[in-house]
Design a protein around this ligand. Structure first.
Ligand code: EPU
Length: 418
């Protein structure tokens, strides 16, 4: 079992490079299943546990997977199964993309229901609604989803909630359906656009990704392609927030500044300086921040995945901040851990009220989920004294070399194997 040990209280200086986007990569890797001709070569793949998990699942289905550095080559023409009944399926959320990909290519899929971070009820009813609208029959037996279709026929789907997963999953299946599919009230996140661009590189005909109406004209087959994954919006946001909270000057490279606008706007409101130049953002801060209110919303609103890291800097901001977590019902498990470090936070349902304190003090804490872990790293870097973070396997699911990147910025952080 590894833990992170942080000796905090130091400003951050220097520059780091952001890796490929987790939530794009975890959809693009399963989407390679849909190529019946030629291999997919995908660059800027983050070597994180969630991606490794998908590599194992694809290998178990017979795909040939080879990763060198951050480039992965996947040959799915040789796939020999549509049953993804492995333990790995329950270790992550994005395993549900196996359903859309297998259904699209083979008209059937048998997969174990997905797992992922414990942040509240995470139904897949909108995914199922889309598959059924395309003509599939969906059965849930115990913890297994069985989907079959004689033929997928293009249709209109109006999503009842804005869902990243449902938008991507139904888009995958519709890509190889007969006729045109219109997805309304679609998610607009950058990774939805990235997956659509990837599918178009494979020969799909998808227009409108990034707006709430996506139009997919089904094609007969998809082929291999070369592709590069977009930079990770949330990893970039995590480093920007850390720089603002610790103080110092940090250049965050290999980003798309447009994707960071909601985080940038809040940091400026708090008194930090954010400069955008080409593919970089620089965050300058003296560590003395003003309280602000946050409401998480689908893109382009403030991302729920940055809510917990943001709360780690609001706890030392001057004044009272209110966080309204509108996406997930229980994404507040980090609060008890922050309180161990001296934070003053009251939680009622999805609302957290934070009274800024002068300083945080190092403590022994647990990463209850991925972004809770990121929040605790930021808090540990801000706090005086030593912070020990356990259960960091959650962090490894979604951040590549996070402690090494913080060390480049001058942080005193190390991984210790117990
Ligand atoms: N929802 C439904 N029915 C559905 C699907 C979703 O009610 O069929 C609800 C959810 O319960 C939630 C809301 O809709 O309240 C949004 O969920 P969404 O489907 O957008 O989330 P997801 O696809 O399960 C992805 C990311 C999450 C990120 C959310 C929101 C992946 C693998 N996961 O999850 O990432 O929080 O979108 O942007 O892409 C993370 O990276 O830490 C993470 C949790």
């Amino acid at each position: 079992m590894d833990k992170l040990v942080i000796n905090g209280g130091k400003p951050l200086y220097g520059s780091i490079d952001i890796s490929g986007a987790k939530n794009a990569a975890v959809a693009i890797v399963p989407a390679t299943i849909m190529s019946s001709k030629g291999v997919c070569v995908i660059d800027n793949i983050p070597d994180i546990e969630d991606v490794r998990c998908l590599e194992r699942i694809l290998t178990s289905l017979g795909c040939k997977v080879n990763k060198v550095g951050n480039t992965i080559t996947i040959d799915s023409t040789v796939i020999n199964g549509t049953d993804a009944i492995t333990h790995d399926m329950q270790n992550m959320r994005a395993s549900y993309y196996l359903i859309g990909a297998l259904l699209g290519r083979f008209g059937k899929a048998k997969v174990v229901l997905p797992g992922g971070c414990p942040i509240g009820d995470r139904p897949i009813d909108q995914h199922i609604k889309g598959f059924e609208a395309l003509g599939a029959v969906v059965k849930i037996e115990g913890d297994t989803v069985i989907v079959t279709a004689d033929k997928l026929i293009g249709t209109s789907v109006y999503f009842d909630v804005v869902s990243v997963g449902a938008t991507i999953n139904v888009m995958l299946a519709a890509t190889l359906a007969e006729g045109t599919t219109i997805l309304e009230n679609s998610a607009k996140e950058p990774h939805v656009v990235d997956v659509a661009n990837f599918l178009n590189s494979m020969g799909a005909n998808i227009k409108g990704a990034g707006t709430d109406v996506i139009r997919i004209v089904g094609v007969i087959e998809l082929t291999g392609c070369d592709y590069s994954v977009i930079p990770d919006q949330i990893e970039a946001g995590t480093f920007m927030l850390a720089a603002a909270g610790c103080g110092g000057e940090v250049i965050v490279n290999n980003v798309i500044p447009k994707h960071l606008e909601s985080i940038t706007a809040k940091l400026e409101e708090m008194g930090a300086q954010v400069l955008q130049e080409g593919e970089s953002v620089t965050v300058k801060s003296n560590g003395r921040l003003k309280a602000v209110n946050i409401k998480t919303l689908p893109y382009p609103g403030f991302p729920t995945d940055a809510q917990q890291p943001m709360s780690a800097i609001l706890v030392i901001a001057k004044g009272k901040s209110v966080i309204n977590e509108s996406i997930y019902e229980s994404r507040m498990m980090h609060v008890d851990e922050l309180k161990k470090m001296g934070a003053k936070i009251e939680v009622e349902g999805r609302i957290a009220t934070i009274e800024g304190v002068e300083k945080l003090t190092g403590a022994k804490v647990h990463a209850t989920d991925l972004r809770a872990g990121a929040a605790l790293i930021i808090a540990g870097l801000i706090a005086e004294g030593v912070t020990e973070i356990k259960d960091i396997e959650h962090i490894d699911r979604g951040y590549l070399n996070i402690e090494e990147k913080f060390r480049i910025l001058g942080a005193d952080i190390k991984r210790v194997t117990e």
